[in-house]
Each structure stands twice: as structure tokens, then as C-alpha cells.
Design a protein. Structure first.
Length: 462
């Protein structure tokens, strides 16, 4: 077998692709018919001539470009044509037979038949034959069987189509229902929120109503108590105008002495309660005195020994009569000076001690009291400890420098809470001065003042 160049092989391939027979190619290329068959067989097997030298490769590229240009096709079209050729070869159709196939198709088909479509159909049948391994008759029988099966399942196909339509309709209805459900859910959420707001509002209103009812009840109660108090005040000769003046006076006193109005009010109530107790005791004493006077009258009128029986019957002893007479005579001539920044306390002291027969003078300023002590006689000094400008302790130290004897006649006054403080106790222990705690019971206060005047003021602590 003679060795061919790449160019010679390419020339053989070109002639073969142009439809020339092996004999014609052998004559034109001056090679044997067997060599032509070997080259075409290698081409059909996908083996292209190998170019061994660069000049040969360049020459082949030049010829290829020239032929493509001469044919009026693009390189892509040439590539597609090569693929078609490979397909035809795989189907056993030689390039020289392609024209014959076209002529045969024209002869077999009617004038109205599209040869392109027919060719594609033939190629498709050939491809099916290769894939299935069936002959044309077997394929035809298979097609007929499939058509019969298709005819049998045609009603099912129609039913399936109808079901598919129904399914689509149901899906559409489901989608619409889902949208309606979402709308209803949104409305439900909105209604729930509105209900929650209304319930909260109702709860708030109920709370406000309950509060208003409670406040109305309290107001009614206060109004009832106010009317009752006004009736009570009217019974003692005090009207609304007098009450207003009294309130103004309380505010002035609290502002002057830097005391909260409510604290002053509580202290005033305490003093009134103590005064009430004192008046009750005084009424009892007065009642006893009245009974004694009656007894004295009865004794004087009868002048017999039955007087003692009368006294026993009245529950009064001779010692009690003497004691009452003695107490009624005490206090005459004693001069007492009371110094306190609370006018109510001073008024109470003056009223109680004056009724006992003492000469009482009250001063609400410790500085004025110091000047008074320098010029006037005093048998007993009542000094409040907590006062503005000068405390009772400071006033006591000034009195000691002026008159040592008068300092021994000092009696301090303070509240029970102050009396328990350590510095207060230490000072009283150091000076040995007596101290009376406020508020005090009127009867006890009077008795202790009498005892201090009769026995001296040393070591008398209340």
C-alpha cells in the first residue's frame, strides 16, 4: 500500500464528499481504488488525515478557507454540514447516494408533500429502528397497537382532562377561600383588639366609678359629720364665722412659731381633752364642796352629835373637809411667772393657776422674761425649754448669774418626747431642777405647783 500525503488524502475526501464514485476518485487522484476505500473508511470511522508538517497544515487551512468562501457558507454552517454528513454515514448513506435519496423521495411523495418533513420522518424512523432493534413491520404493528391502546384510554384522557380542570377550579376556589380566611382572620384579630381595648376601658371606667362612689361616700360622710359638727358648734354658741376666725388664728399661730397646722391642731385637741378631764375633776370637787356646805349647814343648825352620822352617810370624813379647806386657802400671795412661746399653753396656765388664787404673769419671749425677772419679784418660774431666740436652758444660765436664789425656783416644761432625750436628762440631773412634761393633767398640775411652793422646788420631777 502506497503512502499518501495529507494533501492527497484531503483531495480524496473532497471528491468523496462531492459524490464521486470510487472509480472516478481513483482516476482523478491517480491512486488505487483500494486506497480510496481505505481513506473513506477512516473518514467514516472519524479519523481525519494527520498533517505532519506546518506547510501542509497551512496549505490545508488555505484550501479550506477558499472552499468555504467559494461555497458561500460560514464556518459554522460547514461544521453543521459535517455533523449531518456524519449522521448520514452512520445511517449507511453514502454522499454519492444523497442525490439519489432526494430523487427517490420526490418519486414516492405527492406534489403537496414537504420533502424536508418526509426526510426528517424517515431519519426519525431509522433512529427508532436502531434504538429498538425492531423492523419496519414490527414498528408499524407496535404503532397500531399503541393507537388501539390510545383509543381505549381516550375516554380516560378526557376524564383526566376534566378532572384536571376540576382540580384547577378547586385550587382556585381554595385560593379564594384562603384569601377570605385571611381577611376574616384579620377582621377577627382587629375585633379581638377592639374587644380588649373595650374591656380595658370598661375596667378603667369601673375603677373610676368605684373610686367616684367611694369618694362620694366619703364626701357624704364628711358632709354629714360637718353638719353634725356645725350643730354641735351652734349648741355651744360658735357659728361658721367664728370657726373661720378660729382657723385663721390657728394658721397665724402655726406660722409664727413654725409649727405645722396639723401638729398644732393635735396639740390643741390634747389640751382640750386634758382641760375636759380637769373640768370634770373640778366639777367633782365643787360637788363635794357643795355637799360639805350642806353638811356644815346641817351641823350648824342641829348642833348635835348626829353631824358625824350625816358625814358618814355622805361618805365624807373630817380629814377631807380640813384638806379641802386647806387647799382652798393655799396659793394666796404667791407670784408665778410662766415663759412659753405657745400662747395656748400660757393662756391655759394663767387660767388654771389664777383660779387657784395665784398671781400669774405670762411672757412668750425669753428676752422680755429676763428683763422682767430683773425688776419684779417672783416666787416660781415656769420655763419652756424649746423657745426661739433663747432656750429655757440658756435663760436659766442667765438667771443664775442674776439671782442664784431665783434659779432654785425654776421649773422647766417640755414635751414627753424631749424629756426622754439624753442631753435633756443630763442637764436636769446636773442642775437638779424639776421638770413638768406636756401635755399635763390640770388637777395633777395644780397639785404639783402647790407642792413645789410649799416644799420648795428641789428634786421635784414630773
Amino acid at each position: 500500500m502506497q503512502k499518501l500525503s495529507a494533501n492527497k488524502k484531503m483531495k480524496i475526501i473532497k471528491l468523496y464528499l462531492n459524490g464521486f464514485s470510487y472509480d472516478e476518485i481513483s482516476t482523478k487522484t491517480s491512486v488505487s481504488k483500494g486506497t480510496v476505500a481505505n481513506v473513506t473508511s477512516a473518514l467514516k470511522a472519524g479519523q481525519f488525515p494527520e498533517i505532519s508538517t506546518i506547510p501542509e497544515e497551512i496549505e490545508q487551512l488555505r484550501d479550506l478557507a477558499t472552499n468555504i468562501k467559494r461555497s458561500g457558507i460560514s464556518p459554522i454552517q460547514a461544521s453543521i454540514g459535517l455533523s449531518i454528513l456524519e449522521r448520514l454515514v452512520s445511517l449507511g448513506i453514502e454522499p454519492a447516494e444523497i442525490e439519489k435519496c432526494h430523487t427517490l423521495l420526490q418519486a414516492l411523495s405527492s406534489p403537496s408533500t414537504d420533502l424536508t418533513i418526509m426526510a426528517k420522518s424517515i431519519l426519525a424512523i431509522e433512529e427508532v429502528k436502531q434504538k429498538t432493534g425492531l423492523t419496519l413491520d414490527e414498528l408499524e404493528a407496535k404503532v397500531i397497537a399503541l393507537r388501539q391502546e390510545a383509543e381505549k384510554v381516550a375516554p380516560l384522557s378526557v376524564e383526566i382532562e376534566n378532572k384536571e380542570k376540576e382540580l384547577l377550579e378547586l385550587e382556585s376556589a381554595e385560593h379564594k377561600l384562603h384569601e377570605k380566611i385571611m381577611v376574616l382572620n384579620n377582621r377577627q384579630n382587629s375585633l379581638e383588639q377592639s374587644i380588649n381595648r373595650l374591656e380595658l376601658r370598661e375596667s378603667q371606667l369601673a375603677g373610676r366609678v368605684a373610686d367616684l362612689e367611694e369618694r362620694a361616700y366619703t364626701a357624704d360622710k364628711q358632709l354629714y359629720e360637718a353638719r353634725r359638727d356645725l350643730k354641735t358648734l351652734s349648741k355651744v354658741g360658735m357659728g361658721i364665722e367664728d370657726l373661720s376666725k378660729f382657723s385663721v388664728r390657728l394658721k397665724e399661730i402655726s406660722a409664727h412659731h413654725d409649727i405645722k397646722p396639723e401638729d398644732l391642731y393635735r396639740r390643741l385637741l390634747k389640751e382640750l381633752r386634758q382641760l375636759d378631764k380637769g373640768l370634770s375633776l373640778e366639777s367633782l370637787v365643787e360637788e363635794k364642796r357643795t355637799e360639805l356646805a350642806k353638811v356644815d349647814t346641817e351641823i350648824a343648825s342641829r348642833k348635835d352629835t348626829k353631824a358625824e352620822g350625816v358625814l358618814d352617810k355622805a361618805g365624807i370624813t373630817t380629814k377631807e373637809i380640813d384638806k379641802v379647806n386647806e387647799e382652798s386657802k393655799k396659793g394666796s400671795g404667791a407670784r408665778i411667772l410662766a415663759v412659753d412661746d405657745e400662747p395656748i399653753i400660757l393662756e391655759l396656765i394663767a387660767e388654771v393657776l389664777t383660779a387657784e388664787g395665784y398671781e400669774v404673769e405670762t411672757i412668750d419671749n425669753p428676752r422680755d422674761a429676763l428683763e422682767q425677772i430683773k425688776t419684779k419679784r417672783c416666787d416660781l418660774l415656769l420655763l419652756d425649754i424649746h423657745m426661739p431666740y433663747m432656750s429655757g436652758f440658756e435663760l436659766y444660765e442667765h438667771i443664775k448669774k442674776i439671782n442664784q436664789r431665783l434659779a432654785s425656783k425654776v421649773v422647766f416644761m417640755t414635751s414627753k418626747s424631749n424629756f426622754t432625750k439624753k442631753h435633756m436628762r443630763d442637764f436636769l440631773s446636773k442642775t437638779k431642777a424639776p421638770c413638768i412634761t406636756k401635755p399635763f393633767v390640770i388637777q395633777q398640775f395644780k397639785r404639783k405647783i402647790k407642792r413645789m411652793l410649799s416644799q420648795g422646788t428641789q428634786k421635784v420631777h414630773v
